[in-house]
Design a protein around this ligand. Structure first.
Ligand SMILES: [Zn+2]
Ligand SMILES: [Zn+2]
Length: 299
């Protein structure tokens, strides 16, 4: 709100005017740097994991508030990427100029807004009993009763909201990707910043937590992106222990069943459906479009 007030009072775009919390006419004398003027990063964001939450979440997630809620885990996120983006309001400490990569790349007209989103992940998800086939994975919303609904379909390791691999009914996901920022995410009309596909933001958390040395998708030693609302784990080119997935039993969204085991041998989930998003190596380049398990609750 402070930033909005400053913008409203200003008629001159003076560089640097908005990046401190001192000197503004609406400043009430708070000189501590705990407010909106601090850049949001993996170290400055708030991470809170409640008692009893499964080890998977405390081991891999940052910047969300995670709690046990019955036989589910509730992830609360503000949906703010803890890195720079051209989609933050200009003047925000996380704002950067649009990275003009030429070609068809262009910014969409939307701006990142703070969300208040809860996603509940079942501890023991129940399978629908479906087989995900090629005709179901078409990248278009509204074409299968088994798709994830539009909007928040999961949460990334960095608290960024995950959308499924389907674009809106009148959109094409392969077109939408040209509005991705330099971290491969973008906001929709209500300011919900989200990822549809492999991106350096979630892999930066793998680096931050010591599981990888690079956040370049396709090159990280271990690639985990997040979890979908139904309990589907979203991995990249590797299994969670760093081994190469066996693609022989993949379905049409590069999904299969298997234990989710960390590099140190910790078994986080047994027999869990998960997908491997690894463009260039496995067919489907986006986060899962089809909801394998029964429940998906988000608000
Ligand atoms: Zn999108
Ligand atoms: Zn696998």
């Amino acid at each position: 709100m402070l930033l909005l007030v400053l913008f409203a009072c200003s008629d001159v775009d003076t560089s640097g005017e908005f990046d401190t919390d001192t000197g503004g006419t609406s400043d009430t004398g708070d000189t501590s740097d705990t407010g909106a003027a601090q850049e949001l990063t993996l170290s400055s964001c708030t991470t809170a994991v409640g008692e009893g939450v499964a080890a998977f979440y405390s081991a891999y997630f940052r910047c969300s508030e995670i709690d046990v809620d019955g036989e589910r885990v509730k992830i609360h996120t503000h949906g703010l990427p803890p890195h720079k983006s051209a989609y933050y309001p200009e003047g925000d400490p996380n704002w950067e100029a649009w990275d003009d990569r030429g070609g068809e790349y262009h910014a969409n007209p939307n701006t990142i807004a703070t969300q208040d989103t809860n996603v509940w992940i079942p501890d023991a998800p129940a399978a629908k009993g479906i087989t995900v086939t090629t005709d179901m994975v078409d990248g278009v919303g509204g074409t299968s009763e088994h798709e994830f609904a539009g909007g928040a379909a999961g949460v990334g390791l960095d608290s960024v909201i995950l959308f499924s691999g389907a674009a809106g009914p009148n959109d094409d996901i392969d077109e939408e990707q040209y509005t991705f920022d330099s971290w491969d995410g973008h906001p929709q009309e209500q300011g919900v910043y989200h990822d549809h596909s492999p991106n350096p933001g979630q892999l930066a958390v793998m680096v931050y937590n010591g599981y990888a040395t690079t956040n370049v998708a396709g090159s990280a030693e271990i690639e985990l992106y997040g979890i979908m609302c139904d309990g589907t784990v979203v991995l990249g080119c590797t299994e969670l222990d760093g081994s190469t997935p066996s693609s022989a039993d993949f379905d049409a969204q590069n999904g299969h069943l298997g234990d989710i085991v960390g590099a140190d041998g910790t078994v986080y989930f047994t027999g869990r459906y998960h997908t491997h998003v690894c463009p260039g190596q496995f067919a489907d380049a986006y986060f899962p479009e089809i909801q394998y398990y029964q429940a998906c609750e988000r608000l």
